[in-house]
Design a protein around this ligand. Structure first.
Ligand code: RP5
Ligand code: MG
Ligand code: MG
Length: 280
């Protein structure tokens, strides 16, 4: 059974709202927790956003839970989630100490995609670097520093309504690690074309719930993470990385067990290292 940690800690991000304490043995919904009185919090600027759901109870809002609802995927990768007696979807992992939507736009699952772009680390003479202890080659991935929390992360982002996962993966990588939003139409198309082939060969690493600090009892992140590996340093090994959109920094980051990344991204990177038999 999965459990979450990062969405049970202290204050809700960018707010002064403290999460109600949820001990590890009180996370699951089926366990009685009669003292549980979480505060309701939905960030004030969320409600006015065109990409966000209306509030639950608004006459015009008739979501079809646990299905592909028009252009919006309201299905969870975990299993069917429960709708409580007040009409609110319940986090499939359990309590988070906050009700409402927090910073998230959707009630229920908020779907993202995470591109894990990797290459082998090389020294200045182009020889692959091997770790002295494990004798395994060192893998690097393209990491961005998030604007919101300052933590390093995979350059992922939300799946737009109607967008395919493969389009999201490439678009978010180009926006956050190549600053495509600051390029003109012609340049962006050229860039997209140069990346197209590379982004056709992804291998699925993870699909499911994300232990994101923004999660609440009624809204949570889910993702599909794919690995795009540049075996000979021939494609992305040579591209120019420029931070863009919600990224404040970007770099090739060495992979090992000491990585400390946003949400549970380290877990996805570990799986990638194992798949490629790299140092961890
Ligand atoms: C995480 O948040 C996902 O794994 C993905 O990396 C990211 C998507 O949210 P934004 O980067 O758009 O804020 O849960
Ligand atoms: Mg983004
Ligand atoms: Mg992002």
């Amino acid at each position: 059974r999965m459990i979450h940690y990062k969405c049970r800690q202290g204050f809700y991000p960018s707010s002064n709202v403290k999460r109600f304490e949820v001990p590890e043995n009180k996370v699951a919904w089926y366990i009685e927790y009669s003292e549980y009185k979480p505060i309701e919090y939905t960030a004030p600027n969320i409600k006015t956003k065109p990409w966000a759901d209306p509030d639950i109870g608004e006459i015009s809002f008739k979501p079809n839970w646990n299905t592909i609802d028009g252009n919006v995927n309201r299905k969870s990768f975990t299993s069917d989630y429960v709708i409580n007696k007040n009409g609110y979807p319940l986090n499939p992992i359990g309590r988070t100490g906050i009700i409402g939507r927090g910073l998230l736009g959707r009630w229920g699952p908020n779907h993202a995609a995470d591109p894990i772009v990797t290459r082998w680390k090389q020294d200045i003479t182009d020889v692959a670097e091997v770790n002295k202890d494990t004798k395994k080659p060192i893998l690097q991935f393209v990491a961005i520093q998030r604007q919101d929390s300052g933590e390093w992360a995979i350059p992922g982002g939300m799946v737009d309504p109607g967008e395919t996962i493969s389009a999201t993966l490439k678009r978010e990588f180009m926006e956050e690690a190549m600053n495509s939003l600051k390029k003109n139409e012609t340049e962006r198309e050229k860039l997209e074309k140069s990346m197209r082939k590379f982004f056709e060969q992804g291998e699925e690493i993870y699909k499911g719930y994300v232990d994101d600090p923004r999660n609440t009892d009624n809204a949570w992140m889910e993702t599909v993470a794919l690995n795009f590996h540049d075996q000979n340093n021939s494609v992305v090994g040579n591209i120019k990385l420029v931070a863009g959109d919600d990224a404040r920094n970007v770099k090739w980051m060495d992979i090992d067990r000491n990585l400390n990344l946003y949400a549970n991204h380290s877990e996805f990177i570990k799986k990638t290292a194992e798949k490629l038999d790299a140092h961890w």
